[in-house]
Design a protein around this ligand. Structure first.
Ligand code: MIC
Ligand code: SF4
Length: 654
């Protein structure tokens, strides 16, 4: 047996179908699943349509954390629907106010060596504890809850070797920002980032989780740390020592690539608008006037982070020109801060401490003012995501954010705070474990639960296959790194429509092309053209299902992000790539094109696009497996499975 990486060990132990060979399509067993409310409603509508009686994986959790505004009936109706689904099918339910899914999962459920699939792209947060945690579209989670394998192409494994120790006022966020600077938002596509080296000993689990959380922004399939004594201590604090196990890569193991990072050399970093990889040293951009600071999100809302901020704010005042908003990660984090007295440091300094939710991170309120600068400890600063299109959002760590809140300018924390403060940051011996989860009901009781649907929860649309000869117009020609936030925005206006595909589809591309909806409806569908890394970011399958609902037949780009490709396939949209990337240049919005994509052409990977407006021909290719082709030619995964389903008995489809 050749020596193995941590990822290979976990993949091997969960292998159900296929081989553990780079690039080969493999089915793995999923132990745990998580959903959040914004992707959850669709996931559970799909789960219901599978028609089984109870979840079949080890543990399934449904969190409410994204939209808790409840500004009319639609949002609380979604919550009620999700609660009744959880009770009916044997799922743990985390009600609003409990905390952010990734923070809570790390605290309460994540286990080293197990697999987790989540309908949220930041599911890799649990990699900080040594779990193989992957984000995916809701339909894939629905099948994992039905006990089906999750199919993925075995990624390359990159060693990220850490040495040294972080210096004062530099923390995990600065590490991942440094990595993003090196890798960019597409450098991790098709890869797992696996952390090694002595530097790991200087990072506790929340630090590691910040790093694996934001590994998502590199496009990586996931990121993972070993499970060691530090992991044990964290799990001990959570009263979960029994779940701990030691997990390390073997000696002399082979990695596909190596990145070296000396923690001692890292400085406070910041990502500038409008991309998480637009990274600079804080020193190089200091002085810019800041009007809002947001501390929180699944990247930086742990007890470690908020204790640090509390100590930095102690006996100080937030600048009168700054609105400081703090969203803690979980109820237990809040309770620990109350017990230590540190919560009051926020209040006295003038911060607004809000509910334990995603909130501002996904534009659910707390939008910055027009053209305002907002410094946030979040992970994404795409155009318009904050709710204010012309706001300029900078991403930083908690130390830099606290410095900016006090000075009202982008400031290096090393210039603002005295190092003596750092000695005051002390973690408690035990974490106040507050379990406000609703546990699964026993199967016999669960059977009698009625699922409660409000008027905004609409049935799933049904789709016909749309391969063969396809004819239509290029409705938009987008550039590189188009995020799923750009395809299907979120925010307070649009998020309540996540369980209503007809309504939400009116907002496709609305932040980057206000006329798109009108055009696509007039033309009755057509094609999307894009550049590199199309569909990066969020796992929201609405970025596939809504375009499909509007009649989009194929998306033709230079390259795709992983989760979005899977979502396009699941909803029967053809993901095609230019054989010769420069052919992108010759296309224009409004060109009429014809694509021959019958089963034969797809199986031979020879798809030709004729540009009738320019009288030219372009060769396209795809990265679809035979199964993917069958899914697409069936009109999507639900049709594909329905064709083959033995009632109430799922099996592996390959
Ligand atoms: C995000 O951070 O973009 C989200 C909101 O958490 C998404 C999920 C969603 O769109 O509901 C994600 O990261 O997958
Ligand atoms: Fe929530 Fe933001 Fe994390 Fe997404 S990135 S899960 S919106 S906190």
């Amino acid at each position: 047996m050749h020596p193995k990486t941590i990822s290979e060990k976990i993949l091997q132990a969960h292998l159900i179908d296929g081989k553990l060979e780079k690039g080969s399509e493999t089915g793995i067993k999923i132990d745990q699943t998580l959903t959040q409310d914004a992707t959850g409603t669709l996931t559970y509508l799909q789960f219901e349509s599978i028609g089984i009686d109870r979840v079949r994986n080890e543990l399934a959790v449904s969190y409410i954390d994204h939209n808790t505004l409840q500004d009319d009936f639609r949002n609380p109706d979604d919550h009620r629907f999700l609660r009744s689904i959880a009770e009916r099918y044997g799922i743990y339910f985390s009600p609003p106010g409990n905390g952010i899914c990734h923070q809570l999962h790390l605290e309460r459920f994540a286990v080293p060596g197990k697999t987790l699939l989540g309908s949220d792209s930041h599911t890799p947060t649990a990699g900080g504890i040594g779990m193989l945690a992957i984000g995916a579209g809701g339909l894939d989670i629905a099948y994992a809850m039905a006990g089906e394998p999750f199919y993925l192409k075995i990624p390359e494994i990159v060693e990220v070797h850490l040495s040294g120790n972080l210096t004062d006022f530099v923390s995990a966020k600065d590490v991942i920002l440094e990595i993003l600077k090196k890798l960019t938002v597409k450098g991790g596509v098709g890869k797992i980032l696996e952390y090694t080296g002595d530097g790991i000993k200087n990072l506790d689990v929340p630090d590691r989780a910040t790093i694996t959380n934001m590994g998502t922004e590199t496009g990586a399939t996931t990121s993972i740390f070993p499970s060691d004594g530090i992991t044990k201590k964290f799990m001990d604090m959570q009263n979960r020592a029994a779940d701990w196990k030691n997990l390390n890569a073997d000696n002399d193991v082979y990695y596909d690539e190596k990145i070296e990072l000396n923690l001692s050399e890292i400085e406070p970093m910041l990502a500038l608008p409008y991309s998480p990889d637009n990274v600079k040293k804080v020193r190089d951009v200091q002085g810019i006037v800041v009007e809002q600071v947001v501390i929180g999100s699944c990247t930086n809302s742990s007890l470690r982070d908020l204790k640090t901020v509390a100590q930095l704010l102690k006996d100080k005042k937030v600048s009168k020109d700054v609105d400081l908003i703090i969203a803690p990660g979980s109820r237990s984090v809040v309770e620990a801060l109350i017990e230590s007295g540190e919560y009051s440091y926020f209040i006295k300094a003038g911060a607004r401490v809000i509910e334990n939710v995603c909130g501002p991170c996904i534009g659910m309120g707390y939008a910055p003012p027009s053209e305002g600068v907002s410094v946030r400890t979040i992970n994404r600063n795409f155009l318009g995501r904050s709710g204010t299109k012309d706001a300029r959002v900078y991403i930083s760590g908690p130390e830099t954010a606290a410095a900016c809140a006090i000075t009202g300018k982008i400031s290096d924390p090393r210039d603002i705070f005295d190092e003596k403060i750092l000695k005051c940051i002390k973690m408690p011996e035990s974490f106040p474990v507050i379990n406000n989860f609703i546990n699964p009901l026993p199967p016999e009781t669960a059977k009698n639960i009625t699922i409660i649907r409000g008027p905004n929860i609409k049935p799933l649309p049904k789709f016909e296959p749309q391969t063969g000869k396809m004819h239509g117009e290029i409705l938009i020609k987008a550039g590189d790194n188009i995020s799923t936030d750009a395809i299907m925005p979120a925010g307070a206006k649009i998020l309540p429509l996540r369980s209503n595909i007809q309504e939400i589809s009116k907002y496709v591309f609305c932040t980057i092309d206000a006329q798109f909806y009108q055009r696509v409806t007039e033309k009755k569908g057509g094609f999307i053209v894009g550049g590199e890394n199309y569909g990066q970011g969020s796992s929201r399958e609405h970025a596939a299902i809504a375009p499909r609902y509007l009649g989009i037949k194929a998306v033709i780009v230079k390259s795709f992000a992983r989760i979005h490709t899977a979502n396009l396939i699941n909803f029967g949209i053809l993901p095609l790539m230019f054989e010769n990337k420069s052919d992108y240049d010759g296309l224009e919005q409004g060109d009429i094109i014809e694509i021959s994509a019958g089963t034969g052409e797809l199986e031979n990977n020879k798809v030709v696009m004729r540009n009738l407006s320019k009288n030219s021909e372009i060769n396209l290719r795809h990265s679809l497996s035979m199964k993917d082709i069958e899914i697409i030619t069936s009109g999507g995964k639900l049709n594909f499975i329905a064709k083959r389903l033995i009632p109430n008995e799922l099996r592996t489809f390959n």
